[in-house]
Design a protein around this ligand. Sequence first.
Ligand SMILES: Cc1cc2nc3c(=O)[nH]c(=O)nc-3n(C[C@H](O)[C@H](O)[C@H](O)COP(=O)(O)OP(=O)(O)OC[C@H]3O[C@@H](n4cnc5c(N)ncnc54)[C@H](O)[C@@H]3O)c2cc1C
Length: 461
Amino acid sequence: MGLSGSVFRHLQKISGKDNVTRDKEELVCYSYDATGDLYLPDAVIFPGSENEISKILNLASKENLIVVPRGAGSGMTGGAVPVNGGLVIVTSRMNNIIKIDKNNFFIKVQPGVIVSDIHKSVEEKGLFYPPDPASSSVCTIGGNVGECAGGPRAVKYGVTRDYVLGLNAVLPSGKLIKTGVTTAKGVAGYDLTRLIVGSEGTLAVVTEITLKLLPKPESVKTMAVFFDSLQKAAVTVSGIMRNAVVPRCVEYLDEACLHLVKDHLKFDLPENSKALLIIELDGDTMGVEKDAMNIEKLCLSHQALNVIIAKDQTHAQKLWDARKALSPVLYKIATNKINEDIVVPIDKIPDLVQATQKIQKISGLNVVCFGHAGDGNIHCNIMYNKADKNESERAERAVDELFKVVLSLGGTITGEHGIGMTKMKYLPHEIGQAQIDLMKGIKKVFDPENILNPGKIFKIE
Ligand SMILES: Cc1cc2nc3c(=O)[nH]c(=O)nc-3n(C[C@H](O)[C@H](O)[C@H](O)COP(=O)(O)OP(=O)(O)OC[C@H]3O[C@@H](n4cnc5c(N)ncnc54)[C@H](O)[C@@H]3O)c2cc1C
């Protein structure tokens, strides 16, 4: 392992001298992601094409060099962190939208395209790409494919995997494969497209992505619903999801979150507000008006304190700005957080809320919850000070307890952030050793020498 001078020179030949670096200052920039864990790579390369990636991996496989694919580094589980050193491949130069096919409802993009640029480009043409992680203004579509990202609109529209029709991907040997279709259907052989989506950069480096598009909804309505208890908000979410109307988003913010973002909201919080639901509906204009009235009625029947319907797009955007500000603003509470993107069945959200309150009490740490309640995907943030050994231990015990509760409620330890390195030790509790062994077998077929993003999802001895 490691990276010799001759390998470095070879990499310079492949991508050009300006596009490979081993300057310490630059290595640091590619040594961490949103987890804050830091491991220095040996070098970083910024390839400009699929062909270059193929040559890089071919060289890496011959030299037994570790390679870590990286988009924007906004991942929450250390997926792009070079935990074993090696070469980080950054896709930022591969950021072209190759084609938007209006007639056949698909878009072809390179992996380094920022997700909000996809949204803008297709919406200008009357089309719609639903997956919308809260990080969409910074994260790449390659990273979304790597993690199978979700987002608020997953309630109605599903996650990244539901929109990936096909991929170009380079295997660790350097061989290029083209999976999937550009048609609405296709079942030729095993579904390698869906296998690579969510594989956290451990099976192949994705170099081109074909995404399914939908017609852009005619109308969107956003509403803010306040409650004086977390339980009432949680019970209302189950009530909404049992209704015939499926909102495209049902986001939940607990009391601590509400106070952190109240300045962004631009309107006064009703007195005694302890929870907020941001609900968004879309469809044809008449239908959306009617659905909004039904949802308002339903929320009031669940004792909502107040329902505010956004007057226009600017007002709605304020609500989303507040929601999207949450992740970074949490650091006002404590210097560190462990963000767990657990999912429980929707009717178990009230039990989860109760359990997090208990965990908060026992651990003596703030456990702040917000997220995509409509599909049961709540982000539970355990706030602590990493430098304090006792707090760190309590935070770890809180995570253990949280995952135990989530699995006992029939949920999963990750809805969209993946396993990466931070959740590796918990994976056996959810899926068991037999499935892990099967996954290791798949990894070996793709990557016999274990050079592609090792130390993620599971350890290979
Ligand atoms: C404030 C904030 C809000 C967030 N909100 C959401 C949310 O609502 N929903 C959600 O799902 N996530 C969310 N995330 C997490 C994160 O943004 C997503 O996981 C996103 O998909 C990561 O994209 P990225 O470009 O930053 O990828 P990176 O972090 O760089 O990489 C993520 C993984 O993908 C792999 N990868 C990257 N590019 C490729 C490629 N070309 N080929 C193969 N593998 C590749 C990497 O190896 C790594 O395993 C949020 C993060 C932050 C910081």
